[in-house]
Design a binder for this molecule. Sequence first.
Ligand SMILES: CC(C)(COP(=O)(O)OP(=O)(O)OC[C@H]1O[C@@H](n2cnc3c(N)ncnc32)[C@H](O)[C@@H]1OP(=O)(O)O)[C@@H](O)C(=O)NCCC(=O)NCCS
Length: 177
Amino acid sequence: MTTGLTTRLATPADIPVLTPLMQAAITDLLSPVLSPEQVESSRMIMGIDSQLIADGTYFVIEIDGQVAGCGGWSRRNTLYGGDHTPGREPALLDPTVDAARVRAMYTAPAFTRRGVGRAILDAAEAAARNEGFKAVELAATLGGLPLYRACGYQEVEAFTDASGGAPVPLVRMRKPL
Ligand SMILES: CC(C)(COP(=O)(O)OP(=O)(O)OC[C@H]1O[C@@H](n2cnc3c(N)ncnc32)[C@H](O)[C@@H]1OP(=O)(O)O)[C@@H](O)C(=O)NCCC(=O)NCCS
């Protein structure tokens, strides 16, 4: 485990730091698994979701005082996407029947493979469990798949999203809490 890793809730003041961190993660960490056209297309369906920050369900991870990553969960229906992504569904989920969402996970390229993603999932799953949810679901990028598999998520269905141009492969995944 990485020492000096801390988890806190994000605030609107973090957005100027988190936005370029997300863009760097998309560029550097998705390029090995997607074509350049698919990386550009991913920007339409990924990015900052300020609703999560307003809801108090978005976390910032710091390592030795530096912002190393971010991600969170949601009690709302939207499965993935940023403020600019079409088709958002802010309706509240019912913890007795619905799965909470894990949302918008990004690690700064300089801090990969140091447990940032795992720490975000731990915090998100614990918070969703505290609100009574019995399962979590997410839409995984090809870059996120190895993390989610390592953390106990099962694949539900593969699909593509072409709303940003080139079709981007995604996988819906689920984990019981
Ligand atoms: C997905 C992402 C958040 C993972 O972040 P991370 O902080 O590097 O992940 P962790 O260090 O917590 O990894 C935990 C475990 O997941 C697995 N894992 C994570 N990244 C992996 C990779 N690139 N290749 C293989 N296994 C990987 C490993 O089992 C790892 O444990 P280990 O390092 O002890 O072997 C990061 O790669 C990212 O920001 N990608 C671009 C944006 C994106 O696609 N986000 C996901 C949206 S669904």
